[in-house]
Design a binder for this molecule. Structure first.
Ligand code: SF4
Length: 498
């Protein structure tokens, strides 16, 4: 028997993340837990701490217009970003000799980087390359054309990964395993087969998250100009709503019961385990809508987190942010809630985005956060299909009235796989190539507003959404004039510091 046959099976997980800032992605955390349980020797190649010039440019722009507060990372090693990610990846593949290389592609944004890793794999590599992630579900036919891959995991992997790897590792495709759900593979003749059926994971019984393979820096997240040691967990997966620009709309159509919530006992057991092992200051619930769960569950899980001495952060929808629920958050140590606003035109929200909350509801959600001293972040998009300048300014005015602590705005990026993308496409608005890495660029050519105007509004949006209407003529000039832009930035900083 050769040394290779005697040793444990090896799996190299590749996370093609840009430098978004450090965090602990749930997909990698759960995949490594499953593989470890199945007896694999694992290594993680994480692109997070490599210097990516494109994102840096985007980040600089974001700081310049006030989307993010600068953070003092001194002492956390964030200044030691490396550059040669392809060279380091190739060296790791050669030294580790993995049986499998698994690349998780979360969105189209990560596709280019993921493909650069796939291209870098030597032609004489003897193992198998597997890809998975939401991007692969949505763009399956395109993904099938990637060179060098032998399998695609479509959908969730927790209940099938081990069987899928056994199947792929068998000398010849085993008939007894060829109906592994969610697996798309090349048969012995090289023809794509599967999936035999699609299943959702039973999230109550998946292994606890595993952060052993992440760089220590992944634990640190910026918060209000400071740095917190933070873990990322999920209480629920999916979302009960169907906004037209969101992948949940598609999954809610495809699967009944797509929105799943863990039991309180299981969630608290996992958080206790993670906190003991990794010594955290805070956790972030990565749920799409943390407050969608019922009041009893919300009280029980948040009280449990408080008893462990942890702060927490979450996301929610305005409709779920009643005074009672926000008070539960505040009483139990919530420090931040992120809330999608998206558009300030109620008709557009309802008819185009399928978001049926009123302006009053949105304003009330942020007022409730102010009342209980929870930092609120509002997310919105501008330059969505058929939006006008008036619509975009309505969004700015609504945000000004709602007065969240933080406003995060982006130009609408037409990601495939949802109704809003189809809407834009059917109207002929998607004509050129899209660089998903640059969220400061408008990619829609539409009659309602020129793309250059959307980009100028992106740059000045923070002024429109924070300063009174009397400033609007000056802000309109700042769209063209850098000196006026700088004067307004000073005026805004002055206002926000009071
Ligand atoms: S509420 Fe948020 S997560 Fe849910 S469907 Fe809408 S955009 Fe998606």
């Amino acid at each position: 028997m050769t040394a290779k046959l005697k040793r444990k099976k090896r799996f190299l997980i590749v996370s093609p993340m840009f430098d978004f800032g450090p965090f602990l992605p749930l997909n990698i955390s759960v995949i490594s837990a499953i593989l470890e349980k199945a007896g694999y020797e694992i290594k993680l190649f994480d692109a997070t701490f490599y210097k990516m010039p494109v994102r840096d440019g985007w980040k600089e722009a974001s700081f310049a217009i006030g989307i993010f507060k600068p953070v003092n990372w001194m002492g956390y090693g964030m200044d030691k970003l490396k550059k040669d990610y392809i060279g380091d990846f190739k060296r790791l593949v050669r030294s580790f000799e993995p049986d499998f290389i698994g690349i998780s592609i979360f969105t189209t944004l990560n596709e280019k980087l993921a493909l650069s890793f796939i291209d870098a794999i030597d032609d004489d590599y003897e193992g198998q390359v597997i890809v998975g992630g939401i991007h692969c579900d949505i763009n399956l036919e395109r993904v099938k054309h990637y060179k060098k891959i032998s399998a695609i995991i479509a959908g969730e992997c927790e209940n099938m990964l081990e069987d899928a790897l056994d199947f792929l590792a068998a000398d010849s495709n085993r008939a007894d395993l060829c109906n592994v759900p969610n697996l798309i593979y090349r048969d012995d003749a090289g023809t794509w087969k599967g999936p035999s059926n699609m299943v959702l994971s039973d999230i109550e019984h998946i292994p606890f998250l595993n952060w052993d393979y992440f760089d220590e820096r992944n634990f640190y997240r910026p918060f209000e100009g400071k740095v917190l040691r933070m873990g990322h967990v999920e209480m629920a997966r999916g979302c009960p709503f169907r906004c037209t620009y969101c992948i949940n709309e598609r999954f809610n159509k495809q699967f009944s019961g797509f929105w799943r919530v863990k039991s309180v006992a299981r969630m608290l057991k996992e958080i206790r385990y993670l906190n003991c092992k990794y010594k955290l200051e805070a956790i972030k619930f990565w749920d799409d809508d943390f407050l969608a769960m019922d009041m009893e569950k919300l009280k029980a899980v948040t009280a449990g987190v408080r008893k462990m001495g942890l702060k927490f952060l979450c996301h929610s929808r305005p409709e779920h942010m009643s005074l009672e629920k926000v008070k539960v958050l505040a009483d139990n140590g919530c420090i931040q809630v992120g809330v999608g606003v998206e558009s300030g035109n109620p008709e557009y929200r309802r008819n185009v985005l399928n978001r049926r909350m009123t302006d009053e509801r949105i304003i009330e959600a942020f007022r409730n956060c102010r009342k209980y001293n929870i930092i609120s972040s509002a997310y919105c998009m501008i330059g969505m299909p058929d939006e006008t300048r008036k619509d975009i300014l309505a969004t700015a005015r609504l945000l000004r009235e709602a007065n969240p602590h933080v406003i995060v705005h982006a130009i609408y990026a037409p990601y495939e796989g949802n109704r809003l993308y189809q809407y834009a496409k059917s109207r002929g608005y998607l004509n050129g190539a899209i660089n998903y890495e640059n969220t400061a660029e408008c990619y829609l050519e539409m009659p309602s507003i020129p793309r250059q105007e959307v980009e100028k509004l992106f740059r000045t949006f923070i002024f429109y959404s924070r300063l009174e209407d009397s400033y609007y003529p000056l802000i309109a000039q700042a769209e063209q004039d850098e000196n006026i832009f700088r004067r307004l930035k000073v005026a805004l900083e002055d206002k926000l510091s009071k």
